[in-house]
Design a binder for this molecule. Structure first.
Ligand code: ADP
Ligand code: MG
Length: 244
């Protein structure tokens, strides 16, 4: 469904990612581990199409189509969605209106009240988007908007960062819903989850994982095995590992 081919990315003239390639199949969830500053957010923002991130080599294919030069709104229309690591505050726009806009005119779209109940955000619908929200509230707000959009492919940038123990289960449940993890067969949704700590894997089951380090991919394999290895050897251990 998503194919990243020999992709290199520069931000404000600085080369951050060099020549990386990976695929995500239909129904699959890929986890990308990596230390802070390793280029994880840069990669996701580039896949989504934010103009500040320049593709200096390679290409991105989505459902067979080359989307490397498509603007962000076109990528969104084709079924890509993103949960930001640090989403912007949108002053003057209420949560209720944002979620309504995300639902759009989908024939079997949910209602704002139903989604708010799902995200435990009933009391927050009349507040401005993300304004003064706690860490867990920001993630729930983002996930509520994503469920409303119904993307086929989601890019989740550290959904577990800054989320307390009370919220993390709900965050995990919402991600499982978006990724259709409850379905064993005929899953049509896929995703890429970024995590620094791996905490989210206690709540969401992933199929494969890799490590993004120093702008390149270092390891590919089973998510739990890679996480266990990072926990015992640190990301420094990845840098000297033979499995590159
Ligand atoms: P991660 O999400 O893995 O923590 P990022 O993608 O946020 O990493 O950042 C990767 C590297 O790119 C960091 O060294 C960061 O300082 C650098 N970077 C990000 N944005 C810019 C920018 N606008 N100009 C220069 N360097 C940047
Ligand atoms: Mg990041």
């Amino acid at each position: 469904m998503l194919e990243v081919e020999e992709l290199s990315i520069a931000v404000d003239g600085r080369q951050i990612i060099r020549d990386i390639s990976f695929n995500v199949d239909i129904g699959e969830t890929l986890v990308l581990f990596g230390p802070n500053g390793g280029g994880k957010s840069t990669l996701l923002m580039t896949i989504m199409g934010f103009p500040r991130y320049q593709v200096t080599n390679g290409r991105i294919l989505f459902n067979g189509e080359d989307i490397t030069r498509l603007p962000v709104d076109e990528r969104s229309r084709r079924g890509l969605g993103i949960l930001f690591q640090r989403p912007p505050v949108v002053r003057g726009v209420k949560m209720r209106d944002m979620v309504k806009a995300c639902i759009g005119d989908k024939p079997n779209g949910s209602t704002v009240d139903h989604l708010a109940q799902r995200a435990n955000m009933q009391d927050m619908l009349d507040r401005e988007v993300n304004y003064g929200f706690s860490g867990g509230e920001v993630k729930r707000s983002e996930l509520m908007q994503l469920i409303a959009q119904g993307p086929e492919f989601v890019l989740l940038d550290e959904p577990d960062s800054g989320v307390d123990l009370v919220n993390i289960q709900l965050v995990g449940d919402m991600i499982n819903e978006i990724l259709q993890r409850d379905k064993r067969r005929s899953r049509t949704h896929s995703g890429l989850i970024i995590t620094h700590t791996g905490h989210i894997l206690d709540y969401v089951e992933a199929d494969r994982a890799c490590v993004l380090l120093n702008g390149g991919i270092w390891c590919r394999g089973n998510p739990r095995e890679i996480l266990a290895s990072i926990k015992s050897h640190g990301y420094e251990g990845c840098a000297v590992c033979e499995k590159k």
